[in-house]
Design a protein around this ligand. Structure first.
Ligand code: AMP
Ligand code: ZN
Length: 142
């Protein structure tokens, strides 16, 4: 096992070496409570296999993790009566990813009650020429 995996806290959670409050698991994915919740019920969903980012995760793990996200989201809606759920997924230190093991944040939301301004932003119209130019550049790279 690579050193980065040995030191990865989420791999250690998968292996049962450090505790976590588990919410759901299947063969490929695990959901557990975030210990610094942005809101009540904040949950993380991860692949059991170590991988860092959206551009590295295998299609199979990606599908499994996001299907697990849907199960957890449905559970949150029912159990917490969450009117909304925000999904956050950070990739790379430049995007403020702190734990370098792919994870999806599911944050139950009740806008107006929870005051989580960090999850809201003001819409400012962009420059359409720049938007089109960058969109074309990305498309050409796919
Ligand atoms: P980020 O990498 O910025 O997307 O976020 C990492 C998240 O992992 C943070 O929200 C932390 O609160 C959470 N976290 C870190 N260590 C643990 C742990 N041992 N158990 C549960 N959540 C954790
Ligand atoms: Zn890991």
């Amino acid at each position: 096992m690579a050193d980065e995996q040995k030191e990865c806290i989420f791999c250690q959670i998968v292996e049962g070496k450090i505790p976590a409050i588990k919410i759901y698991e299947d063969e490929r994915s695990l959901a557990f409570a975030d210990i610094n919740p942005l809101a009540d019920g904040h949950t993380l969903v991860i692949p059991k296999t170590h991988t860092e980012t959206l551009w590295e995760i295998t299609p199979g793990d990606l599908a499994a993790v996001h299907q697990a996200c849907q199960k957890v989201a449905r559970g949150m809606k029912e159990a917490l009566k969450a009117p909304g759920i925000t999904v956050i997924q950070l990739n790379g230190a430049a995007a403020n990813q702190v734990v370098m093991h792919y994870h999806v944040h599911l944050v139950p939301r009740d806008r107006g009650k929870d005051k989580l301004k960090v999850l809201e932003w003001e819409a400012k119209p962009g420059n359409m020429r720049t938007i089109e130019k960058l969109a074309k550049k990305i498309t050409e790279a796919i």
